[in-house]
Design a protein around this ligand. Sequence first.
Ligand code: ADP
Ligand code: MG
Length: 483
Amino acid sequence: MEEESRNPKFKRFKDQISKPTLKAIRDMGFTHTTDIQAEVLPKALDGMDVVATAKTGSGKTLAFLIPVIEVVLKTLESSVQGTSSIIISPTRELAMQTYSVLQDLIVHHESITSALVIGGENRKAQSSELAKGVHIVVATPGRLFDHMRSKEFDYRNVKCLVLDEADKIFQYGFEEDVKQIIGRLSKNRQTMLFSATQSETTDALIKSAMKENVTSINMNEDNDRATVEGLKQGYVICETEYRLFWLHKLLKKTQNSKVMIFFSSCKSVVFHHEFFSKYCRMPVLCIHGKMSQADRTETISNFYNTDKIALFCTDLAARGLDIPAVDWIVQFDPPSDPNEYIHRVGRTARGLGATGQAVILLRPEEKDFVNYLKEAKIYIDKYEMWDKFSNLQPKLDEAFLNPSFEALAVDAYEGYIRAFEVKKLKHVFNLLDINLEAVAKSFGLKKKPEIDVRIGFSKKHRPRKRMAATLATTGSAKQMKSQ
Ligand code: ADP
Ligand code: MG
C-alpha cells in the first residue's frame, strides 16, 4: 500500500530501539510506523518533551510505549531504584488496554516489571507491587495519587511521565489529582502528552507540566479531514417518537456485525439494554459508569471476543478503547460537540487501511449539528430513514406489565432530558423546543411522566439553569464522571 511505503519501518530506529522491543513489534505484526509514530519516535527516543495530537486510531499508544521502555532500560543500566515511568489514562478501561499492549511489548524484556494501578481494583495488591518498585506504572489519576500519599511507593526517580488522552483527563474532573501528581514528581524528567484533539485545557497542562522547548506534533493540522479515510459516515433525521423503532430496525440490520451504540445517559443505556436483551431477545451488552469494575471488565472482554454483537454505552467507553473490528458506530444520542463525535467514531476504522461505518441519529431540530461537523472538517452524508418499522407494541406491552420496567423507562426519560443541560451547542440541542410527549413515547411510555424536567421556566429553577450553563462552558467535571 502507498501509505505503508511512505512510512519508515520500525527497523530504521534500530539504534534507538532495543532488540527485544523490535522483536515484540514484529511479533505484534507491525513492520511500518504509522504517521504519528514516525513523527514522535525520533524526538521521544531522544528524550525530548513531546505534545502529540493525532486522530484516534492512528497508533499513539506505541508512539509513547516504545520510548517509555527505552527510558526504563537506561535506568536499569544505572541501577536506580524505584519506578521510572508513569503512564496516566483518564479511564480504567483505557489504562487496562494500554497495560495489555505494554505486556506484549515487554514480553522479551525479562527484567522489566510493570503494574496496573486503577480504581475499583485491589488497593493492597497494588501497594505491594508498587512497594517492590515496579519499573512502569499504568494508572488512572485518582488511584495513583492515593498511592503517592502512602510511603510504600517510591516515585522519586520517575524519569518519564505520559499523559494519554490528556484533554479527557481534565474533562473527567481529574485536574486537581493530575496537578498534585505532577507537583510531586521530579522536574528532571521527560513528559509526553497525547491527545486526539487539542483544547485549552491541554494548553494549560502543557505550560505547567512540560519543559519550555517542548516539541509539538499535530497530525490534524495539515489534513483536510478530521476523521480517518476508511470511515463511511452519515446521518439520519428521525422524528423523536420513532427513535426506539429506528434503533430496533438498526439492530436487526446490523445483526451480523459488531456494533457500538452511544447514549447520553447511564439510565438510557440500562433501559434500552433491558428492553432489547430481555424483551426482544437480541444479543446486546451494556457498559456505563454505574457498573462495578468487574462487570465492566467482563463486558469489554465479551465484546472483544464476540463478532456479532451490539454494545450499548455512554461516552465512558468512547475514549481510547481499541476494540478490534467494530463495524458500526451508532450515535443514537448526539455527542455534545464535534470533538466528542470524533472520539466516538474513532472506535472504528482503526489502524492502517481499516474501514468502518458510522451513523448519527438527529431529531429534525438538531439538523444544524451537521454544519458544525462540517466546520470541524467532518463531512457526513444524509442517509434515508427506513420507512417500515416492526410493530414493537406487543413487546412493549409485555415489558410494561413489570412495574420495575416502567421505572426504568421513566428514569431513562429523565436521563435523556437531563443530558441536554450539559450539551454545549445550546441552539442545536435545545431543551425548550423539545416535545416531551414524543420523548416519552420514544421510551415506550404512553404519557409524559409527572416529572418537572423543564429548566429555566420558573424562578426556583434558575440557579440550576445557571449551573447547567457553567457546566456547558467549563466542560463539566462531575457530570462527565458519572457517565
Ligand atoms: P490511538 O491511541 O491513536 O487511538 P492506538 O494506539 O490504540 O491508536 O492504535 C490503533 C490501532 O492501530 C491498534 O489496533 C493498533 O494495534 C494498530 N497499530 C498501531 N501501530 C500500528 C502499526 N505501526 N501498524 C499497523 N497497525 C498499528
Ligand atoms: Mg489512544
